[in-house]
Write a protein that binds this ligand. Structure first.
Ligand SMILES: [Zn+2]
Ligand SMILES: [Zn+2]
Length: 150
């Protein structure tokens, strides 16, 4: 895993605070710590990794608060799950609007891209299966340029 960031993204945290408050969530110091931990860099993190990072901002934080804050943020679309093999769940700060994910399996950095040339594929699948396709998620996994060359 990459080194924990020394700082956090104050602008992103301010936006998250605003959305959470507008939806009836109180911003406690421990919740604030989780927001800060998630805000720096676009890395797919396990809940325990978020916990470790967030403890630097609130040493008495509990893991339960991490899960509850993640649940709230997932339901508000502020955070999204990144697929991984096995049982683990990874989380990354979400981007607004429809987009897809590119994730490096080594450093777990996440890039978002919006290009959508899936229409033909989806039309073919819809025609063959008789499905009405309403939504899709696309995550591409591989090695980023830095990890590919190291
Ligand atoms: Zn990488
Ligand atoms: Zn798409």
């Amino acid at each position: 895993m990459q080194n924990p960031p020394s700082d956090y993204d104050a602008k992103r945290v301010a936006h998250w605070r605003e959305v959470l408050r507008a939806n009836g969530y109180r911003i406690t110091p421990t919740r604030e710590a989780v927001l800060r931990a998630l805000s720096a860099g676009n890395y797919a993190l396990e809940a325990t990794e978020i916990f470790e990072r967030a403890r630097r901002f609130a040493p008495h934080l509990g893991l339960v608060t991490v899960y509850r804050t993640l649940d709230a943020m997932l339901s508000l679309g502020l955070v999204e799950r990144v697929h991984c093999t096995g049982q683990c769940s990874l989380y990354v700060a979400a981007e607004e609007g429809h987009h897809h994910i590119l994730v490096c399996r080594k450093c777990r950095r996440v890039w978002h891209f919006s290009g959508d040339d899936l229409t033909n594929l989806m039309n073919d699948v819809a025609n063959e299966s008789g499905f009405v396709i309403e939504d899709h998620w696309l995550q591409l996994v591989g090695l980023c340029p830095e990890c590919r060359d190291s």
